[in-house]
Design a protein around this ligand. Sequence first.
Ligand code: XUL
Length: 522
Amino acid sequence: MSEEGLKKTFLGFDFSTQRLKAIVIGEDYVVQQEADVEFDVDLPEFRTSGGVVRGEQRGEVMAPPLLWVKALDMVMDRLVVAGVDFSMVEALSGAAQQHGSVWWAKGSEAKLSKLSADDFLHTQLATVFVADSPVWMDSSTSADCRALEEAVGGAEELAKISGSRAYERFTGPQIRKMYRSRPRVYHAAERISLVSSFACSLFLGRIAPVDLADGSGMNLLDIHSMKWCEKALNACGDESLASKLGEPVPSATVLGSISPYFVQRYGFKPECKVIAFTGDNCSALAGLRLRSGWVGLSLGTSDTLLLGLQAAAAPPAGHVLVGPTKQAPYMALLCFANGSLTRQNHRDRLAGPSWEAFNELLRSTLRGNMGYMGIYYDTAEIVPRAAAGRWAKPASAETEARALLEGQALARRAHAEDMGLALDASSRVIATGGASVNKELLQIFADVFNTPVYVQDQHGNAALLGAAIRAAEVWSEDAGVKLNGSELTVSPVATPYADAEAIYTPMLARYRKVIEDIPKLN
Ligand code: XUL
């Protein structure tokens, strides 16, 4: 590649719950600079804990949007200190925590378009928000969820239309709560953004549209027609709601050029393109370059599966979203509450505080565990929706150790297939998160999915990397300039044994039978 070619850079942001991160990648997708602002530590004046504040009512969790604006001022300065040359940035994009809503006062758009480069954003935008932003940790909208489901014909119907039954943190129920309990705020808001489209607006100098992928986390979008669902809008607000939300756009949209504020203050070139921002999970799918039939497996406190899908299923649990990239027209998000914490609890019980000792137990058992299966929910499970409990007959420590991990992997595969995941010879599982260093665990996933498991080793934060990669890829397609960084650096860490299919297909069928008998929560 020519020297000139390598000089193009792309900027990505991640407005996550606890921090704002920024990353610069080159045309080869190699990370050049990074900067980070931690809300609680760097911006103590907002008095957040873990990036959020608790409301007066039970379950209310929000964040002051000005915190995010001030964090952007700060992270930009940190990028300057890190030596970023903004005049080389061809395009930027971003990721943000999903579901949160930002409520803009009348006249905000005019303010965004006339910012003075001599001053910080946060001093100029101090009065543009009419309320704190409810965020994804908020669980105060159960009544609104039931009302929304009823208005569209039931939970299953809502799942068919919007890709999810109603969830407390989703933006539709949150808007309904605002309309119902704080009508003055609702009416004072000229526009409502998601955290992603709000962040994008700061760079664009006008209110940015919601992108279809993050828009699918609202319970308001018809994920088939890609338009707002009128019944859902009517259930959550009045006739002004559609115009408050604006028309959604595909995630791979070049929205325009960067606002003059950033050109004058930081030296961006005026043609630098702003690509629609999206939700963090959607961005992670892009960062892992997941295609249809591939699985992103994040092994954390809870386990999250990101699935690239060809078509939208109507999920009994979990979420189907419009895909953020061309490689996956739809995606699914499945969160299993019992992940690493549950693995760790049982490791301690069966082997003490050492993974080595636990893995020793695993090695003294046979794959398939002679048919012994166990289901361990130390905390209420999300997929399937079930109370805490344990469904396993007493057995030796060795047998239980394998039963726990195989049971988890079987659950991940069964519920992924329920979402429409179709595994084939080209499929891959790409593991991330703390437990992705555990080779024994990854071998079990490889066998149960009968698919090789890879570990992403380019960057620990797939959502952040995905933001910069989306900027690069959407820019490249729009500008007709090919970039050389489009392949993911991953290393295969576990491949299935030849007998994996024969062992685990019958176990998968048995898992489905076993969970039928587990009492489900509504
Ligand atoms: C996804 C969700 C969280 C947030 C966290 O539905 O609520 O993963 O996106 O940032």
